[in-house]
Design a protein around this ligand. Sequence first.
Ligand code: 13P
Ligand code: SF4
Length: 315
Amino acid sequence: MSIQDQIKAELKARNAVLVAHYYVSGDLQTLAEESGGFVSDSLEMARFGQNCDADTIIVAGVKFMGETAKILSPEKTILVLDEAATCSLDEDCPIDEFSKFCDQHPDRKVVVYANTSAEVKARADWVVTSGSALTVAKHLRKQGEKILWAPDKHLGNYVQTQTGADMLLWQGSCVVHERFKADALQTLKGKHPEAAVLVHPESPQAVVDLADVVGSTTALINAVRDREESTFIVATDNGIFHKMHEVAPHKKLIEAPTMGAGADCESCAHCEWMAMNTLDNCLDVLKTGKNEILIESSIAKKAQQSIQKLLDFTA
Ligand code: 13P
Ligand code: SF4
């Protein structure tokens, strides 16, 4: 039996579903869809997990995605494929320091990106994702609220520029998106003047400035599917190419450059933590039940309120 068939059989036996992010390997994404699971961005992964009636959710992604699933579905068993698969934004925002920062600015609404720990989410008034940050910031600005934003300084800067909201920014960053280089991208654009440039807003401002479309992973995939151009330069994790090729098989996709001054590799555009998700550890986790996500209930309850606010707001 192929490993895919073994995983499908284990999923069935456990009444489990496989939920995957667009950045994990194509074989896991295909398997998630073929087995009745789901592939999406971090916001819709969370919503699917909450609404599905499986007993167990297998999360192919990174730790914060598993924690979000557990917070929203405390009665379900949540297993991640590798417990060490984290995120630099989450790591850059330890709860003790963050809590002190919040205490120093009690006049601001605390808005945190989904790429954070359960403890940080519990300290927040709102949790947002890249697909919802602008809408929430606009809403808060209308209400006359000032924002304390964490952890991604680039996404925070983008939201501030787009909405004019008063935002105080924590200084975290994504190690993958931070490596995209504006100068090299400008040169590449010159070689492909027909191409549209798609950029995830975790990228530096100078890269965002060169974009035709800035948005969440879902927004960038939809742009490839819906826009007229036949060539796209893509500044986000290259795991996304799997879905982009699927929705628009005849379109040409080019990785945005990560080389240039200050870069330590030619093309770093893949998250090392997303890459820890494999078919082998998926089967292992299903067989052993290891890597279960558990969250202290008082933390989970507080975090649930700020995530649920987002899900209701974006429903
Ligand atoms: P999305 O919410 O756009 O899927 O992004 C999650 C992420 O980790 C991007 O690096
Ligand atoms: Fe975190 Fe960046 Fe990896 Fe996304 S790509 S999980 S933001 S390190």
